[in-house]
Design a protein around this ligand. Structure first.
Ligand SMILES: *Cc1c(COP(=O)(O)O)cnc(C)c1O
Length: 415
């Protein structure tokens, strides 16, 4: 959030003089320092790698920053694989974790040499038929009732992702029979989780499973991908995850479960999106109208097209009004966009200082799953993306959409 990073109110007020609102603004230096901390925390594990979940912020400039720090790409679609390819990423710098996967997606993942992480046992033969089997294969585990779910991702038994434990063991056996030599294991059961115990529990499940795979099938896993889902403090009173503490608790489990049983060379992977970029972005908007009916509505120039999380699952994004950060909080507002949908709101019954038309309203922590979730319903156009670089310069890393972009798939001939 503000002040912890470089996206200060002073900085934003100079940027709004040069660039029209709305726009997402990202903090390159903040992202960089955060990644350094993460890599340092896990440096005890030989081969540790973070694969950035591209869907969180699919912008090549952000991906390049991360790539320069040795971060890989976690892709799940053709578009995400294409982005990785445009950055000359290939081989095991890419992890392909998809579901209900198309032939074209598997073919592209195989062509790039990405680590392919299968979501179902039936995908072994599907992959074999459409692209041929790679030398390394990974499977996504769904622990079902062995693991309680969390709010965004839901209960594992209800989730469409991954293989059951029985299927997983069969899948490794089958893959081995088909000549696969190298194996990985993956799960992703949390989203925006701030509780360290949750991750320790997941690590325990996976480490024990790795021992079972070794004992029953004589397969030594090369890596275990603990997934993403590391949370960030969206609310002012949320406590940030202590990455050192998280790493230490996983290290302890790694040593007692894996290392003590001859699996000390297993590489650990993470595929976080939100944790990497979430706090280092904000959506900068301007107040267009103030409307007073049964409630007080502040109409912004951004819509759900730019930030869906509040409308989609009631997510909290902290809000500040530029220049009024320390004003007394006296009003209760709904902050809205202009979509013809009543869930097009960024905040409901939010206590804020008195707002005037023309004020700049900043929605915090939009650096992940912000721009990228946007949609064009109602013909609403998505905003620009700006990057505040480490040298303090501003770079437009995506222009705003135009009506021409929106109409580009239509054929107006013969009407
Ligand atoms: C979305 C997703 C992630 C990233 O989730 P975050 O909450 O952003 O860390 C990682 N892996 C998979 C498979 C995902 O679908």
């Amino acid at each position: 959030m503000f002040n912890a990073h470089h996206l200060t109110p002073e900085k934003i007020s100079t940027i709004v003089k040069q660039y029209p609102t709305p726009f997402h603004l990202y903090d390159a230096e903040g992202i960089k320092q955060n990644v350094e901390q993460l890599l340092k925390a896990f440096s005890w594990n030989q081969g540790f790698k973070e694969y950035f979940a591209v869907k969180a912020t699919p912008n090549p400039h952000i991906m390049r920053l991360l790539q320069n720090q040795g971060i890989g790409a976690d892709c799940s679609s053709l578009a995400e694989l294409s982005l990785a390819e445009k950055l000359n990423m290939q081989g095991e710098d890419i992890m392909f974790t998809s579901n209900n996967t198309s032939k074209e997606e598997f073919q592209m993942a195989k062509r790039l040499g990405a680590i392919i992480n299968l979501d179902d046992i039936s995908h072994i033969s599907y992959l074999e038929d459409c692209a041929g089997l790679p030398e390394l294969l990974s499977f996504r585990y769904n622990p079902g009732s062995e693991k309680a779910g969390n709010v965004i991702i839901g209960k594992p038994e209800e989730a469409k992702f991954g293989l059951t434990k029985v299927q997983l063991l069969q899948a490794y056996k089958l893959a081995k029979e088909k000549g696969i030599k190298r194996f990985g294991l993956h799960t992703m059961v949390a989203s925006n989780e701030l509780n360290l115990d949750y991750f320790a529990e997941t690590a325990t499940l996976l480490f024990e499973l790795a021992l079972q795979v070794k004992a029953e099938l004589d397969i030594e896993l090369e890596f275990i991908n603990l997934g993403g889902g590391l949370g960030i403090p969206y609310k002012p009173d949320d406590k940030a995850l202590d990455i050192e503490e998280l790493s230490t608790s996983i290290k302890r489990l790694f040593e007692t479960l894996l290392k003590a049983n001859g699996l000390g060379s297993v590489k650990l992977f993470l595929e976080s999106g939100r944790y990497i970029t979430g706090p280092y972005g904000c959506l900068v908007t301007q107040v267009r109208h103030i409307k007073q009916t049964y409630k007080s509505f502040v109409g912004l120039d951004a819509t759900m097209a730019d930030l869906m999380r509040p409308g989609m699952y009631g997510a909290y994004h902290h809000v500040t009004v530029l220049g009024k950060e320390s004003d007394e909080v006296t009003e209760i507002y709904d902050l809205t966009g202009s979509l013809c949908e009543n869930n097009d709101k960024f905040a409901i019954d939010r206590m804020l200082p008195k707002i005037d038309v023309g004020d700049i309203v900043v929605l915090h922590d939009t650096g992940a799953h912000g721009y990228s979730m946007g949609f064009n319903y109602n013909g609403k156009l998505r905003s620009a993306e700006l990057l505040l670089r480490s040298d303090d310069s501003i770079q437009l890393i995506r222009r705003a959409e135009t009506l021409e972009d929106y109409f580009t798939t239509l054929d107006f001939g013969g009407i």
